[in-house]
Each structure stands twice: as structure tokens, then as C-alpha cells.
Write a protein that binds this ligand. Structure first.
Ligand code: SDX
Length: 434
């Protein structure tokens, strides 16, 4: 990765009688940033930004979000165009390499991914160590972390050729692991990958086919699954991607880094929101109960939040939620399903977007608001929703991990703190303690 941010000026920080000049850097799009790397050395002061609301952790050329405009670009291409015209594997190539692949480049990439879809047979024993009622995310998190125990040749090095094979193995094996977790949780025999199928079709087949009968799935459903993966592929320096980068900054192996990303994504404030959102819509149950939940979401004394609403960056529509709403209609029409939950979701969205609280706080539906409805219609239990998010986001995580390793300015991430604990004091023997 070539560093391309440009120094466009100077910020001056004045502390008491002293002033400190800090360079301002500008990327190709988005807000500029004040480089505070020398601030502590110059002034003895840290910056303080819990939650990183005003902090850039890195330079990146992969994904750009304009939160005010509801814009999301993968390597400069609008998410709406990629969802409509591309495929998940092509988007994976784009995120990793920076350009859309030529025909032969994609052929080679796709073949390499296909050749790595199977799991080491000993992973089978690993799965049988879980309880049948273990959350699929627990199985995925554990299994991904354990992969470095099966693939030594690429796990303990960050050299280029080993990195490429680790990247391809992770993209190829995540659907197999995800489907394996689902089959184990429903007590069905696992289904091996079928290399003649497309990425999305193979995943659906591994999840829903059973030895007792032939499984067929419509091209519309396969396409919907592929679009859902595209929508979830990457999203700048979100919590789980930042986790992957921080783990990678110590030189941890790629499997351990992705497992760390899976763990972080699981939280209901992040990737776990799709599961939480569908559970919330089911709890609402009928349109006439919506005002009760809107009131709870606005009540500061109530920890309840409207799942699938709000975003740290988007202060306008999350463009993914608009595409996802269209996919929801496509899937429900194709399956001839009339899910009342979709009516509740649309009414909830309408009411919330007319409510002063949500308008003033710029809270819009995010990617998780409609995804649960689609995934439910496709036949996935809510416990699998975040697993699907992790499957797709593995492409973004591994692209960001790869970019970090190629960044000449990369160092181990080690934030500081403002300490407010006990000041230095001497040990007290037990009989001298008050
Ligand atoms: C994802 O970062 C990414 O890019 C994430 C993601 C990705 O692709 O990687 O986009 C995926 O995680 C989407 C977000 C999924 N999470 C949810 O849907 C959970 C519900 N949303 C909230 O928990 C919240 O909106 C967050 C966590 C998404 C964002 O939190 P922030 O940016 O820290 O915002 P905040 O908590 O400071 O909220 C600002 C105000 C607060 O009110 P005040 O204290 O200012 O009075 O808005 C309120 C909040 O109480 N608020 C909500 C709300 N979200 C924010 N109130 C009710 N319901 C909500 N959903």
C-alpha cells in the first residue's frame, strides 16, 4: 500500500502559554485529520476520545462512507451498483486487490477459492466438542480461531505467498464453517462443498440440502443471498474491523485476527443487531404496539433501543438498508410469502422517521433493520443471522488486515488512557488494614 494522504496545512494547539503545530492530512475524499502522533512528545498531553468519535486509526483505500449523504463506496464503486451488477466473489477480489478483475484474473481467483472450500477432516472432531444448543456464533468463533492449528504453513507468517493462501482459505472456508455450525445445531449431517456451484449456491446447498432428497433453489434466491453478502462485505473501520487490525498489528496470525473480528461482531450493538432486530419486531408483534416501543426507545430510563436503527457514521439513510428492503420484497415475492413482520418493519420505519426524537438525532434504519426479515424468509434461524454477517465481513476484515500489513507506517496499536485510579501507596499488612 502506498501512503497517499497529503499534508494540507497546520493545526496549532495552544496549552497555556505554549503552542504546538500539528500537520493536517487530507485523503482523496472525506474530512481531513490532524496528525497528533507527536502531540504527547511535544506537549506531554494525550488526546482523549473514548469510542473514537473523532479519531482516525489509519489511512485506508478500501471503503469510504459519507454518513451525511448515505454514500458507501467499495474501492470507489457505489454499493448500489455493486449489489446490482457484481457478485460477492468479484467484490472480494475488488476489496483485496483494489481493482475489478479482468476475466482471467477472476477465473484464477475463483478457482483458487473453490479449491479451498473443504475443511481439514479433524475439524469434525472439533465441532463434536460443542453442545448441540451452542450458539452458532460460538462455534464459528471457536473454529476460526482453531484453524491456525490446522494450517501451519500460512498461519505463522505474514510473507506474501503465505498471506495469499490464508486469505483464500478464509474466504473459501467461512461458508463451510458457517453451514457446518448450522447443521450441527439442527442435528443434521453436514454437507460437503460442491465446487461446481457458485459461492452463494454452494452455501445454501450446504445449509439446506439433506441426503434424503434433492435440493433445488431458485436463481432469484441465490442472487438474493449473493447480494446480502455484498452488502455486508466491508464498512471502513467499524468495531470488528478495528479489532482485526489491532490483533493483526501485533503480528497475530490471520485466523486468530478473524476470530477476534467474529467475537467483536457478535455484540448486539454491532453485528448482533440483525438477530436482535428481528426478535424486537416479533416482540412488537402488531402495528398497534409500535408506539409503545417507540416510547421505550425514547425513554432515557429504559435501556431499550430500536434495534436496526441508528449508526455512528450514517446520519442519513444507510444505503445498504434500502437495497436490503428491495431484496426483502424480491425474496418474499419469489417464495410467495406474506410476512406480517415486513409490514411492522415498514410501519415502524415510517413512524420513527416522522418522530422528532429520531429526526433530531438523525437515527435511520441501518443494514440490520431489514436483513433479519430476508434471512428469516430464506429459512435461517435468528441464531444464524450474525454468522452470515461474519461470513460476508470476513472479506472486508481480511482485506483490511492485508492492507495494514502492507502499510509502511503500520505499528503495533497501543492506545493510552487517562488514569483516575488510586495514586501510588505502600502495601499494608493485613493487621494494619482499616
Ligand atoms: C452495525 O460501525 C459500523 O459501520 C457498523 C456496521 C458495519 O457494517 O460494520 O454498520 C454494522 O453495527 C450497524 C449498527 C447495528 N446496531 C444497532 O442497530 C443497535 C441499535 N443502534 C444503537 O445501539 C446505536 O445507534 C449504535 C450503536 C449503532 C451507534 O451508537 P453511537 O454512534 O454510539 O450513538 P449513541 O449511542 O451515542 O446514540 C446517540 C444518541 C443517544 O441519545 P443521547 O444520549 O444523545 O440523548 O441517539 C440515541 C442514543 O440514546 N440512539 C438511539 C438509538 N441509537 C442511538 N435511541 C434509540 N434507539 C436507537 N437505536
Amino acid at each position: 500500500m502506498e501512503n497517499k494522504i497529503k499534508n494540507t496545512g497546520t493545526a496549532t494547539v495552544t496549552i497555556g502559554k505554549d503552542s504546538y503545530d500539528l500537520p493536517i492530512y487530507q485523503g482523496s475524499m472525506g474530512a481531513p485529520g490532524i496528525d497528533v502522533r507527536s502531540l504527547y512528545k511535544q506537549s506531554g498531553h494525550f488526546t482523549f476520545d473514548p469510542g473514537y468519535t473523532s479519531t482516525c486509526s489509519t489511512e485506508s483505500q478500501i471503503t469510504f462512507i459519507n454518513g451525511g449523504e448515505g454514500q458507501l463506496l467499495y474501492r470507489g464503486y457505489p454499493i448500489e451498483q455493486l449489489a446490482e451488477k457484481s457478485t460477492f466473489l468479484e467484490v472480494a477480489y475488488l476489496l483485496i486487490n483494489g481493482e475489478l478483475p479482468k476475466r482471467e484474473e477472476f477465473q484464477n481467483f475463483s478457482e483458487s477459492i473453490t479449491k479451498h472450500t473443504m475443511l481439514h477432516d479433524s475439524v469434525e472432531n472439533f465441532f463434536h466438542g460443542f453442545r448441540r444448543d451452542a450458539h452458532p456464533m460460538a462455534m464459528v468463533c471457536g473454529t476460526v480461531g482453531a484453524l491456525s492449528g490446522f494450517y501451519h504453513d500460512d498461519a505463522h507468517t505474514t510473507k506474501d505467498e503465505a498471506r495469499d493462501i490464508a486469505i483464500h482459505r478464509l474466504i473459501a472456508k467461512m461458508p463451510t464453517i458457517a453451514a457446518r455450525a448450522y447443521k450441527y445445531s439442527v442435528g443434521q449431517p453436514h454437507v460437503y462443498p460442491t465446487n461446481s456451484m457458485s459461492y452463494a449456491e454452494n452455501f445454501l446447498n450446504m445449509c439446506f440440502s439433506v441426503p434424503a432428497e434433492k435440493y433445488t433453489v431458485s436463481p432469484t434466491i441465490i442472487r438474493a443471498m449473493d447480494k446480502i453478502f455484498i452488502l455486508h462485505a466491508d464498512h471502513e473501520q467499524n468495531a470488528s474491523t478495528s479489532t482485526v487490525r489491532l490483533a493483526g498489528s501485533s503480528g497475530a496470525n490471520p485466523y486468530a485476527c478473524i476470530a477476534a473480528g467474529v467475537a467483536c461482531l457478535w455484540g448486539p450493538s454491532h453485528g448482533g443487531a440483525n438477530e436482535a432486530c428481528l426478535n424486537m419486531l416479533r416482540e412488537i408483534g402488531t402495528v398497534d404496539r409500535i408506539p409503545e416501543f417507540i416510547a421505550r426507545a425514547k425513554d432515557k430510563s429504559d435501556p431499550f433501543r430500536l434495534m436496526g436503527f441508528g449508526h455512528r457514521v450514517y446520519k442519513n439513510f444507510d444505503p445498504r438498508s434500502r437495497v436490503m428492503q428491495k431484496v426483502a420484497h424480491e425474496v418474499l415475492d419469489e417464495l410467495d410469502l406474506n410476512d406480517p413482520i415486513l409490514d411492522i418493519a415498514k410501519e415502524l420505519e415510517k413512524i420513527a422517521l416522522e418522530d422528532e426524537y429520531f429526526v433530531s438525532k438523525k437515527l435511520y434504519p441501518n443494514v440490520d433493520f431489514y436483513s433479519g426479515i430476508v434471512l428469516n424468509a430464506l429459512g435461517f434461524p435468528t441464531s444464524m443471522f450474525t454468522v452470515l454477517f461474519a461470513l460476508a465481513r470476513t472479506v472486508g476484515w481480511i482485506s483490511q488486515w492485508n492492507e495494514m500489513l502492507e502499510d509502511p507506517t503500520q505499528r503495533i496499536g497501543r492506545p493510552r488512557q487517562l488514569y483516575s485510579g488510586a495514586v501510588s501507596r505502600d502495601y499494608l499488612d493485613v493487621d494494619d488494614r482499616a
